[in-house]
Design a binder for this molecule. Structure first.
Ligand code: NAP
Length: 321
């Protein structure tokens, strides 16, 4: 048996982006419960510190560290990777994400549309900076967290950053599609290079805070919230359940590169199972165009050693040890 809930990740080090909240928090908790050393990548180290404490309260002896990570600030990423201080990394979970609903287009410090910048470009660049460590680790994995929102979207390679027609929901869906296209393309390119790293894509289905287990002080669900959203649990699930696809993609030795995993029931809730990706998520021309554009926008390529300047050191959470 290659997958079970148990301490099967001893000795593994796994970086989870956006691990201070939501699905990322639960992925970190589940991986720690399986014996992994988990590095929580968080843009606010105080929130990361609370998450470390919450996991330690539930998983005695959990091995946790926290590094500051701001995906929307590309020049900061090399310092984040330096702060990992790791010579090996068994997996990185590209989980952090931002979904904006306001009508005004917002941009990152580098002037990139903020959802595309955070969800796709930041993770693309992070993988590039992590590449030497991943390559030095046998059977390492890159786990990309996509979304069902990508099913109905198509990328416009001439307007990747929604400069001409910004609609927040569409830009979010396109940013998640970009991540999934990248995840599948990364695996194809890794295979071409006969690399030992696998790239796997997951999606969490529909996960509501109101269906999510409390984890004080990180997250507390009120009884009123729970009761109000009870009918939604027929089709959706909580973030603790959504995280299971991630933990499984990291740990199940039968899962191989290029696969897509998501929840069993209508792709929205339930136990993780393998899915066939929609054809537009694996389109070779779109993926190649996106890769070229992402390299141009970030200045790095996950399969070419990074050359960006390294800024000053990045702080770690006080709770990390
Ligand atoms: N929930 C769903 O139903 C659903 C469905 C499909 C896909 N997804 C995907 O699943 C992932 C997790 O979703 P979620 O619902 O758990 O979201 P969430 O509760 O809003 O948590 C998002 C996490 O991302 C972090 N983050 C945001 N911007 C960042 C940045 N610039 N640098 C580093 N970290 C940043 C947040 O940090 P702060 O706390 O500092 O903001 C937080 O830790 C996302 O990729 C999302 O697109 C979710």
């Amino acid at each position: 048996m290659t997958w079970h809930s148990g301490r099967q990740a001893g000795g593994k080090t796994i970086l989870v982006t956006g691990a201070n909240a939501g699905i990322g928090y639960f992925a970190a908790e589940q991986l720690a419960a399986n014996g992994a050393t988990v590095v929580l990548g968080c843009r606010d180290t105080a929130k990361g510190d609370l998450a470390v404490r919450a996991i330690r309260a539930r998983v005695p002896g959990a091995r946790l560290r926290c590094v500051r990570l701001d995906l929307a600030d590309l020049p900061s990423l090399p310092a984040t990777v330096d702060a990992l201080g790791a010579e090996s990394l068994n997996a990185v979970v590209l989980n952090a994400g931002v979904l904006l609903s306001g009508p005004d287009r917002r941009v990152s410090a580098q002037g990139h549309e903020l959802m595309f910048a955070t969800n796709h470009l930041g993770h693309f660049a992070l993988v590039a900076h992590l590449a030497p460590i991943l390559a030095a680790t046998a059977n390492s994995r890159v786990i990309t967290v996509g979304s069902f929102a990508a099913r109905s979207e198509r990328l416009d390679l001439t307007d990747l950053q929604s400069e001409h027609d910004y609609r927040p929901k569409r830009s979010y869906g396109r940013s998640k599609l970009a991540q999934m296209l990248f995840g599948f393309e990364l695996d194809r390119r890794l295979r071409t290079h006969a690399a030992g790293t696998a790239s796997i894509v997951v999606h969490p289905g529909g996960a509501l805070d109101s269906l999510t287990l409390s984890r004080p002080p990180v997250f507390v669900r009120t009884t009123a919230q729970r009761l109000r959203r009870l009918p939604a649990s027929v089709v959706l699930h909580g973030k603790h359940a959504a995280a299971e696809a991630i933990a499984r993609a990291v740990l199940d030795t039968e899962i191989t590169g290029g696969q897509l995993w998501g929840p069993r029931f209508f792709g929205l809730r339930g136990q993780p199972h393998r899915e066939a990706p929609h054809t537009h998520m694996t389109d070779l021309d779109t993926a190649a165009g996106l890769w070229a554009a992402s390299t141009a926008l970030t200045g790095v390529d996950p399969l070419v050693r990074p050359t960006m300047m390294r800024p000053a050191s990045t702080p770690q959470c006080p709770e990390s040890s």
